[in-house]
Design a protein around this ligand. Structure first.
Ligand SMILES: NC(=O)c1ccc[n+]([C@@H]2O[C@H](COP(=O)([O-])OP(=O)(O)OC[C@H]3O[C@@H](n4cnc5c(N)ncnc54)[C@H](OP(=O)(O)O)[C@@H]3O)[C@@H](O)[C@H]2O)c1
Length: 273
């Protein structure tokens, strides 16, 4: 699949992976329709592009009516949708014991329901174009991560939804896939929610040492153009997925220790008991 003149809808494109993906799609000659909640940040990121190739919409994917309006505006402007990238997402970091349940709901509303709403409203057009629906998932969608109950649950749910949809679409010409980046430098850990629902602000990782959002976007585009079923992006991710199938209790310990050793790990609470 080539992307020249194709209409690509990307959610959560004001930052990180979504922004990098949109910029690379523009370079490939695509028309891009992008959303995020904060309109200013989205407008600033794409200020130099004209309305011929770009549509910027302020929309919250956790709201069904925003997703419907976003899809309708794309159809009104360009008459078709070739690719939907469900990228908008947030993360969290807190023990379930301490977690305000509204945090878990918010994660599901954005990461899972956002994918469902956008897929629902873009699907009629994607059926006609025999296009692609893609979800930006995570290794957390294959392997539950401690202090990330809401994040893992939302990504497992996203993958289950997309796998069902892919199977339904098997003879329609629509391709459904998901990609699972490893740790990628972005804003996601700054905006990740704490137990009380406030952004944790500080990232516990050295972002400079992680894969760049540009490299991640490049790999997503290759996977999309080859219509891959899934893409697990890093060696660490591939090992986590396969070892988890074969030796799940071994992976429980490995994953626990990995997350225990991050700065200010919430798991320390259970170590000090
Ligand atoms: N970075 C990683 O290490 C990593 C690893 C695996 C998977 N991922 C996944 O990659 C995707 C992109 O994350 P990122 O790392 O690029 O994070 P990011 O830099 O924080 O970007 C997230 C984007 O999503 C938007 N967004 C958040 N909530 C939204 C909502 N309710 N409605 C519409 N837009 C919303 C944000 O803009 P507003 O805040 O203005 O809405 C922003 O544009 C996520 O699904 C994430 O789970 C990331």
């Amino acid at each position: 699949m080539t992307f020249h003149n194709k209409v690509i809808v990307i959610t959560g494109a004001s930052s990180g992976i979504g922004k990098a993906l949109a910029l690379q799609m523009l370079q490939l000659g695509a028309k891009v329709a992008l959303c995020a909640r904060k309109a200013d940040k989205l407008n600033d990121a794409f200020a130099k592009y004209t309305a011929e190739t770009i549509l910027l919409i302020s929309a919250d994917v956790s709201k069904e009516e925003d997703c419907k309006r976003f899809a309708e505006e794309v159809i009104e402007k360009w008459g078709t949708i070739d690719v939907l990238v469900n990228n908008a997402g947030i993360s969290m970091r807190a023990l379930f014991e301490d977690l305000d349940l509204n945090v878990l709901r918010e994660l599901m509303d954005i990461n899972f329901w956002g994918t469902v709403y956008m897929s629902k409203f873009c699907l009629p057009s994607i059926l006609k174009s025999k296009g692609v629906i893609i979800g930006v998932s995570s290794i957390a969608g294959y392997r539950g991560l401690p202090a990330r109950t809401g994040y893992s649950a939302s990504k497992f749910a996203m993958q289950g939804f997309l796998e069902s949809l892919r199977t339904e679409m098997l003879h329609t010409g629509v391709h459904v896939m998901w990609v699972s980046p490893g740790f990628t430098a972005s804003n996601i850990r700054n905006t990740a929610l704490s137990a009380d629902g406030k952004a944790q602000k500080e990232t516990p990782l050295e972002e400079g040492k992680l894969m760049s959002a540009e490299e991640c976007a490049k790999r997503i585009i290759v996977a999309m153009s080859k219509r891959k079923r899934t893409l697990v992006m890093t060696i660490q991710g591939k090992m986590a997925v396969w070892f988890n199938k074969l030796f799940p209790s071994f992976v429980d310990n490995k994953v626990y220790n990995l997350f225990l050793n991050e700065p200010d790990s919430p798991l320390m609470k259970y170590e000090n008991k």
